[in-house]
Write a protein that binds this ligand. Structure first.
Ligand code: ZN
Length: 113
């Protein structure tokens, strides 16, 4: 996203600067902090907003923290397990009971226990 100018959708005058900041979340009475949560700030109206791409990445990370709190494997754990056991996509899908295993790896979807 460097070098690409994104005009602020709110004032249509400023340019969006991509930033990160630590953010505290709470899930099932567990507080956790994620460093480098992504957002954008306008150089003109100074609005802070989260773009769809940023939101997707932020949410995948939040879901991984939820998994840890729930005692489930994170998307990184799942990818490592798949590599460790040399599983193919379809074998992994059978074991984890999903037809779309890649969603677990990208953090788009949370698996059951
Ligand atoms: Zn603006």
């Amino acid at each position: 996203m460097d070098n690409v100018k994104v005009i602020c959708p709110l004032c249509e005058a400023g340019e969006l600067i991509f930033k990160t900041s630590p953010w505290t979340y709470c899930y099932k009475e567990h507080d956790f902090v994620l460093e480098d949560i992504e957002f954008a700030e306008c150089t003109s109206c100074h609005s802070e907003l989260i773009l769809p791409d940023q939101s997707r990445r932020n949410e995948a990370r939040i879901r991984d923290e939820h998994r840890k709190i729930d005692g489930l494997l994170t998307s990184i754990d799942i990818t490592q397990l798949k590599k460790h056991f040399h599983l193919t996509e379809s074998q992994a899908s059978q074991i984890f009971g999903s037809l779309d295993f890649s969603k677990y790896e990208t953090g788009e979807q949370i698996q059951n226990k």
